[in-house]
Design a protein. Sequence first.
Length: 410
Amino acid sequence: MINAYVRENAGDAALLSVCLQHIQEAFPDADVAIAGMEDATVHPAFEGVPNIGSIRRYAADGTVSLPRRLLRKALLGLAGTGAVTLPSPLARAVLRVLPAEARREADAVTRADLVVSMGGGYVLARPGLDGYQNVFFVLLPALLAQKAGVPVVWAPQSFGPFPAAAQRRLVGRVMRRSAAVLAREDVSVGELLACGVPAGNIERAVDAGFAFAPERRTDWRARLGIGPDDRLVGITARRWLAPAAQEHYERELARTIDAIQATGTRAVLIPQVSTDYLGDDDRICERRIAGYCTSDPLMVDEVVDYRDLKGLYDECTLLIGTRFHSVIFSLTSDVPCVAIEYEHKTRGIMADLGLGEWVVPIADVTYDRLWALTEPLLKDPEPYRHILDANLPGYLARAKSLPDRLREAV
């Protein structure tokens, strides 16, 4: 499995957990390995499956200096290009001189019977050089596998945007040659079509997070010090916008939290992501939000295992969720959600479920807009739940269909 992320991102950890379950269901005797963004010397395994590191992780390793990272990216970029474009004997020679971690992933994908790229939202590009290097390193393991004749499956995920024609050409080349390309919303289907991927090569699928159902292990009400009958509203936030717009978003969330608590309902700020990778730690902005509040919201200010975190969403009466997998975790527990959209996956999946009117773009967040959606749900959540009850069961069934698709790919 390639393109795995870090376990401190609870959504991606859930996707990895579910995808591993689906692979093991499809192939009970398979020898499975993970190539992802976690350092194998620190995290040698995930749920008992070995982690071998990756080309992408080695290139982006934040523990080394910026000049060394730039040098690694340049050398791996040249070597990767050579391994994909040179005749096979020369390509194999190039792979043999890669650094050990990069060589482990290259060996694994070229000798595998199947390569599965984990679900998520990482096949995209921002404007500028960084966008080109992200697309290249995300696709490189698949390019190596395809040159070796190994089938590649893209588990349900989002694709795009791709602002440059060269990026679209590269994405199109890889996806046209893949055994299965599963897109989790219609916007991603459109992005792939714009890359020249034939419609017949694209399969409309469901985010695997809907199939995540770990056993409950934590008494969250006791941990938070609230009673069994107290109503609890969860809030997830993240750093995403330019500084002035980010502060506005955080202050408007704080005003909404104050309004929630004025009704006698408790609010809790929940860090869906708590990693220092790329500074992506929700606790940092959630501490600021708590500081902007005039009331005293509850906070989860420690790193929480992704399986335990799902149990906290189970306890909520309502969620205002920026991190979209916090929304998925809540919806699968029959908890109504107001979703704050920062990428098109939010809009697409909520529309699939008939819940599109409860989406607010992150740049348009105001107290008035959030409260107009939140207050009615606090008073009467049943109309929302009727929509969820009508649409969610079929969605859940589709989220569990990947094992059959994997067997077909092989």
